[in-house]
Design a protein around this ligand. Structure first.
Ligand SMILES: [Zn+2]
Ligand SMILES: [Zn+2]
Length: 120
């Protein structure tokens, strides 16, 4: 079980599963969405993601057809993404978890061409 919050703290959530590996995506879409060198992501079951507060602040941006990126409308923290056609899973952005991230395994994807756009 993990607990996460956006930067302003108004949106909070629990992740009821645990994971060991985090993917770091260097594609152009992720860089722009997070305004960072790469974005971290973990795919979890939707049933394991439980929003606790801040539902009314959540905003969605459809970065590619059917792919929605969800963020706090007040502070801008990108919290998760999902595909409309795959409601059973959520692409969590684990950087907003209130945990020590040093023990995870990290893999890096889309590093070979940072201008490449993919829909993850
Ligand atoms: Zn916020
Ligand atoms: Zn990406």
């Amino acid at each position: 079980m993990y607990f996460g919050q956006c930067l302003c703290g108004q949106v909070s959530y629990r992740v009821k599963s645990e994971f060991v590996e985090i993917e770091c995506c260097h594609c152009l879409t992720c860089r722009k969405a997070h305004s960072s060198a790469f974005a971290m992501g973990v795919t979890i079951d939707s049933a394991d993601f439980e929003l606790q507060t801040g539902q009314e602040l959540l905003k969605e941006y459809e970065s590619s057809t059917g792919k929605k990126r969800v963020f706090c409308g007040q502070c801008g923290s990108h919290l998760y993404a999902y595909r409309v056609a795959q409601p059973e899973s959520v692409r969590l952005r684990p950087a907003c978890l209130n945990i020590d991230m040093s023990s995870f395994k990290y893999s890096h994807i889309y590093t070979e061409n940072c201008l490449r756009i993919h829909s993850e």
